[in-house]
Ligand binder design. Sequence first.
Ligand SMILES: [Zn+2]
Length: 97
Amino acid sequence: MKTPHMSAEEERHFILSEGGTPVEVKCDVCGATHYQGKGYYPLRKVSGYEMFCCEICYEGNWDGWNRRYEEKILAYLKAKGIKPPKRNDNGWLPRDF
Ligand SMILES: [Zn+2]
C-alpha cells in the first residue's frame, strides 16, 4: 500500500509490486532519492520555483524555506532565470509564490 512517508526502497518495491518500472528521481531541496512510476509521483512541483521536492521538505517548510536550503534554492532559481520571491515576515523565502 502507498503511504506518504515510504523510504526510497519501499517506494521502489511498491512500484515493482504494481507492475511498474521505478525511475529514480531526486528531491531538488534535500537531494533525497525517491522512485516514481506507475502513477506514483512522490515529488511535487513547487509553485513559482519550478523545482520538485519531496513531501517531507514541502510539509516541513510550510512557513518558508529553512536557511540551510537557501543557497541551493537561490542557485536553482538563478539557473532557471527566475527572480527570487520577496521574503516573508520571518525573513525566509516563501515556500510557494
Ligand atoms: Zn526533500
